[in-house]
Design a protein around this ligand. Structure first.
Ligand code: NAD
Length: 259
């Protein structure tokens, strides 16, 4: 059973250790900042080597321990070494934010199979690979845990040219539900957040010109999301205030999918 804990509304993460994948990216970077401000020590994981600078800057800014690890989530050995490094440094893992991801847009008729496969490998299998290893640690620790995955609106509605991305994000949504079901008895919550277009390098590259204008018109609030608005939802799903939520995929789309 997941025990009831009285909450204060402070979204406190003091004493927690959090892993943030995609920590060198936009949503990952904003999430890491919010986690650090709430008291967590952090491990930022990214395939890009800017992760070291990002970690050092955050450590200086927030006065928490922040470690950067360059790792490719498609590789078993890299994922193993992330878990080993975190345990050596902190002795425990409380939170995993699966934020790393890629997108390659092309019509279903033309897309090269390797691009579909790569999106599955990073977004879906990479996320599962690390979640499984971290889940095993959390189960052994017997202190519960939080796993939050960034999915997408593309995981449950059809958007042109998104076939590989949609396959990977829809699979993530399915994975979240199964992990949530199996791990609730260990006090582990597993949830997703599903953004609409977010104004990051990834979002700006995918949505330009006339397609961008049309998309903004279709969003009831009349704009794209910002990375900090996604990070805030991830924070909520990472602390005790959301203990009663699991297996959920929180849509952050300014109303795009209301109808
Ligand atoms: N930006 C959007 O419009 C949008 C919308 C919905 C969902 N999302 C999702 O949000 C997440 C973050 O996106 P973002 O907008 O911050 O993009 P971003 O490109 O700034 O961040 C993604 C990060 O993932 C890292 N990454 C890619 N492949 C990796 C691998 N194999 N191993 C480790 N790290 C890897 C990248 O280096 C990058 O730093 C992604 O999962 C994306 O699919 C983004």
């Amino acid at each position: 059973m997941m025990k009831y804990k009285k909450v204060t509304g402070e979204f406190c993460l003091k004493g927690k250790t959090a892993i943030v994948t995609g920590g060198g990216g936009a949503i990952g970077g904003e999430t890491a900042k919010m986690y650090a401000r709430k008291g967590a020590n952090l491990v930022l994981v990214d395939i890009k080597n800017n992760v070291f600078q990002t970690a050092a800057a955050l450590e200086k800014e927030c006065g928490r321990t922040v470690i950067g690890i360059q790792a490719d989530l498609r590789k078993d050995e890299d994922v193993d070494s992330v878990v080993v490094t975190v345990l050596e440094a902190f002795g425990h893992i409380n939170i995993l934010a699966n934020i790393a991801g890629i997108v390659d847009l092309e019509s279903a008729e033309k897309i090269d199979f390797s691009l579909v496969e790569n999106q599955m490998n990073v977004n879906c299998f990479g996320t599962f690979r690390l979640s499984q290893k971290v889940g095993q640690v959390m189960i052994k620790q017997r202190t519960g845990g939080k796993i939050v995955c960034v999915t997408s609106q593309a995981g449950f509605i059809a958007i042109e040219n998104h076939v590989g991305y949609t396959m990977s994000k829809a699979a993530m949504i399915g994975m979240i539900k199964v992990l949530a079901l199996e791990w609730a008895k260990y006090g582990i919550n597993v949830n997703g957040v599903a953004p609409t277009v977010v104004r990051t390098y990834m979002g700006d590259r995918a949505w330009k010109g006339e397609v961008k204008d049309r998309m903004i018109k279709a969003i009831p609030v009349g704009r794209f999301a910002e990375a900090d608005e996604i990070a805030a939802a991830i924070l909520f799903l990472s602390c005790d205030e959301s203990n009663m939520i699991t297996g959920e995929n929180l849509v952050i789309d300014g109303g795009f999918t209301i109808q």
